[in-house]
Design a protein around this ligand. Sequence first.
Ligand SMILES: Nc1ncnc2c1ncn2[C@@H]1O[C@H](COP(=O)(O)OP(=O)(O)OP(=O)(O)O)[C@@H](O)[C@H]1O
Length: 217
Amino acid sequence: MIQFSQVVKRYPGGYEALKNISFEIDNGEMVLLSGHSGAGKSTLLKLIAGIERPTSGNVIVNGQHVGQLKEAALPYLRRNIGLIFQDHKLLFDRSVLDNVLLPLAIIGFKQQDAIKRASAALERVGLLDRAAVNPIHLSGGEQQRLCIARAIVHRPSIVLADEPTGNLDHAYAEDIMDLFESFNQVGVTIVLSTHDEGFLKHRPHRILRLKNGGLSQ
Ligand SMILES: Nc1ncnc2c1ncn2[C@@H]1O[C@H](COP(=O)(O)OP(=O)(O)OP(=O)(O)O)[C@@H](O)[C@H]1O
């Protein structure tokens, strides 16, 4: 479960990006986080992943107080989390497959097991036939799929995606949403941000609406 209670996030310089936010997300839920540019969506996702810490209040993820974790404990928290952020930092000097292998190498997977897992993740996002190419040769939408494969290859229980459909045309964005829904159907908790709630309104998920750092109805 992800739980925020009375969370305030003030950045150095004093800007209050989140103002006294409280909510809960159950295990296995899929929640959309909507709001205008600057509303605080990325900040909220970063707090869940322990990339930022709350100024006050509690962020609890799977029973752990994320804001109070020591730096050394953060990699263990993140083993349970898949992150898809806008600055996706793909490695353009390595193959598609190598990009997906990297997170597994970091957690110490044996090469042979890692290749099996990474190939399965690439198949899941429809990129197995591009495994050997350099990601520079992929379209924007395919690069986004590669980021998703990289984020789910270690089978996290939570996936956080910051505007994953932001730069994609409508049909491709719908495909990406279907992909997230398919992960959710096998029990993965998904939190996905968007500034365009309209295009998601036919989907049944709960929406958390952020406005100027506060939650609105
Ligand atoms: N590291 C930082 N230092 C200072 N201010 C920051 C920092 N990161 C974000 N902010 C500010 O906090 C506010 C919320 O930013 P955030 O990136 O969370 O919004 P967002 O809803 O994700 O916006 P976008 O859709 O444009 O990415 C913005 O006003 C932003 O300028």
